[in-house]
Design a protein around this ligand. Structure first.
Ligand code: HEM
Length: 558
């Protein structure tokens, strides 16, 4: 009788649909529902007791009841076994976000230490967990196999929106797909590749001129600052078709834009640990007031450029020979009306192209200063591959560096890649889990959890790279013939992987190879102060804190 009552309660009450484990719940209600009606024989009058039909019926009911009881016990036992097998387990808790906040200055090393203990771990925070993984199988799962279940989500969007707007970095779904499609097409065009090559060569030569002057008077230079300016000038020219000249310091407005841009990016990252940012934004105080001011500077600058470009395009309608090589002109052919959309697209490209490339080049020079023999090997390779034996001027040397020669520079390619393995420009990259899921390692993640792959920590994991994981060794990328061998993008994750892999990967290598080939063929670099520690500044991208101060000597004969 209890079972009938239980049946009614389970099948009939709404609370049954609130039980914790959906597959088992459905299974139970299914087997409880087709029970026989409540024992009609027991309601019969006593005179019928001697009736043989009564006995037959009773026996039948008894057999049915026993069969039902047996089936129920067996199913109950089976459902318990299934429940035990499917019980969710979650990745180990390594701390709370407070620990991350307390270690903010050395956040990536703190997270690397935790990753050394658990390949994937959780940090607790109010309302959600933060899951961090270094496991290539988990990374492949979230970035490719179950790509649709992990994205920027509303959480990241709310943090990034003020700076990045609806640009490709901040959005998911159709907004992302549409920008990805148009941009992939643009990035694969020969027009953009040829145009950008000219721009990179010209700016590499300008940088070489600055370094040559510094070398002649033994002046220490902050090479990171110069890389930031030169990559900004390059991406600016490629994006807007306009000269910024921040490297030569002739454009005060451009310098202000660059400063505002760096500060806005640092404050945006700070939001990830500052639980009071929304209140500060509402009250317009502290870091949020500074962010608002910086974004105003950025927007004024960018909108002015867009308006100027639209004007130029209108004025040039009678001149069909006007080249539309830069990204803005090419996008303007698609959409002219929505200037916010254009602002977001172009600003996202600048963010993508400037800091990542400049930071990588800075860590590259830092590594070469720490390893002078590797610096010498790179310089010798460039010398061998280039057909210019004597350098008369930097511009013609840079221009002579052809596509074929650059492609043959395997050691240079390996040295840049090794730099990115240890100093990935995007050290940690968070996504949001859209629905409950189970990772390949068997642990679960919940809807709403943030899940990050840790590029910085992954580059330092012995289980991925071997015992010499923390050593800087470009040779690990070369086969016995000295030919570069790529690794799985889920292990070497500096450019992300899967459908959202960095769109500018080839573009970035191209620029870095042109810059480093010109600079290393012409100069030798040394740290200005060997004893001064070099650390990163915790930001969205991995910058060297306080810059990289080096002395430069000329290597070229002429
Ligand atoms: C060393 C240089 C670079 C590195 C290490 C790098 C790395 C990355 C990473 C990790 C992402 C994923 C970020 C995310 O989750 O949103 C990304 C995305 C992207 N990168 Fe790069 N990047 C570099 C240079 C560039 C350059 C030069 C450009 C173009 C000018 C570029 C364009 C993009 C774009 C458009 C995306 C967004 C792709 C998407 O969401 O579909 N990147 N990059």
């Amino acid at each position: 009788m209890t079972s009938y009552l239980a049946t009614w309660l389970l099948v009939g009450t709404p609370s049954s649909s609130r039980t914790r484990n959906p597959p088992i719940r459905n299974h139970e209600s299914h087997w409880l529902r087709p029970l026989p009606p409540p024992l009609p024989a027991l309601n019969m009058a006593p005179g019928f007791i001697s009736d043989p039909t009564f006995f037959t019926a009773s026996a039948l009911v008894l057999v049915l009841a026993l069969a039902h009881l047996f089936a129920k016990t067996w199913k109950h036992h089976r459902s318990k076994t299934v429940a035990a097998a499917t019980a969710k387990k979650y990745h180990p808790v390594a701390g709370t976000v407070l620990n991350k906040l307390l270690n903010f200055g050395c956040m990536h090393d703190y997270m690397t230490d935790l990753a050394g203990k658990h390949r994937t771990f959780r940090l607790l925070r109010p309302f959600r967990s933060e899951v961090y993984t270094c496991d290539p199988a988990n990374v492949e799962y979230m970035l490719k196999t179950n790509f649709e279940n992990y994205g920027k989500g509303r959480y990241n969007y709310s943090l990034l929106k003020d700076l990045l707007g609806d640009g490709i970095f901040a959005v998911d779904g159709n907004k992302w797909r549409q920008q990805r499609k148009v941009s992939s097409y643009e990035f694969s065009t020969k027009v953009l590749r040829d145009f950008s090559s000219v721009v990179f060569r010209r700016n590499a030569a300008k940088l070489a001129n600055i370094l040559s002057e510094a070398a002649s008077i033994n002046q220490i230079v902050d090479i990171q600052d110069l890389f930031m300016k030169s990559t900004l000038d390059s991406i600016f020219k490629v994006a807007f078709g306009a000269e910024l000249n921040s490297m030569c310091g002739t454009n005060e407005e451009g310098a202000e834009f660059s400063r505002a841009f760096d500060d806005a990016s640092a404050i945006t990252l700070w939001r990830y640990v500052d639980i009071s940012w929304k209140i500060k934004k509402f009250l317009n105080i502290g870091s949020e007031a500074a962010l608002k001011k910086n974004i105003r500077i950025i927007d004024n600058f960018v909108y002015k450029l867009i308006r100027r470009k639209i004007e130029q395009m209108h004025n040039s309608t009678d001149n069909p020979s006007m080249k539309k090589e830069d990204i803005l002109s090419r996008f303007l052919q698609v959409t002219e009306t929505d200037q916010t959309y254009l602002r977001d697209i172009i600003l996202n490209f600048i963010i993508a192209g400037k800091d990542t490339t400049a930071a990588t080049l800075s860590w590259f020079i830092y590594m070469l200063c720490k390893h002078p023999t590797i610096q010498e090997k790179v310089a010798q390779e460039v010398k061998q591959m280039s057909n210019v034996k004597e350098i008369s001027d930097f511009a013609s040397f840079a221009a002579s560096m052809g596509e074929e020669a650059l492609e043959k520079m395997h050691y240079l390619h390996a040295t840049i890649t090794e730099t990115l393995r240890l100093y990935p420009a995007v050290p940690v990259d968070p996504k949001i889990c859209f629905s409950d899921d189970v990772f390949p390692d068997g642990f679960s993640v919940r809807k709403g959890d943030s899940v990050s792959f840790q590029a910085y920590a992954m580059g330092r994991m012995k289980f991925i790279w071997g015992d010499d994981a923390v050593d800087f060794r470009p040779e690990r990328w070369l086969d016995s013939n000295g030919v570069f061998q790529p690794e799985s993008p889920f292990k070497f994750i500096a450019f992300q992987a899967g459908p959202r892999i960095c769109l500018g990967k080839e573009f970035a290598y191209w620029q870095m190879k042109i810059f480093s080939a010109v600079l290393l063929r012409c100069f030798t670099f040394k740290l200005a102060d060997e004893k001064k520690p070099v650390n990163y500044r915790t930001m969205i991208t991995l910058h060297i804190d306080g810059g990289l101060h080096v002395s430069v000597t000329c290597r070229y004969e002429s």
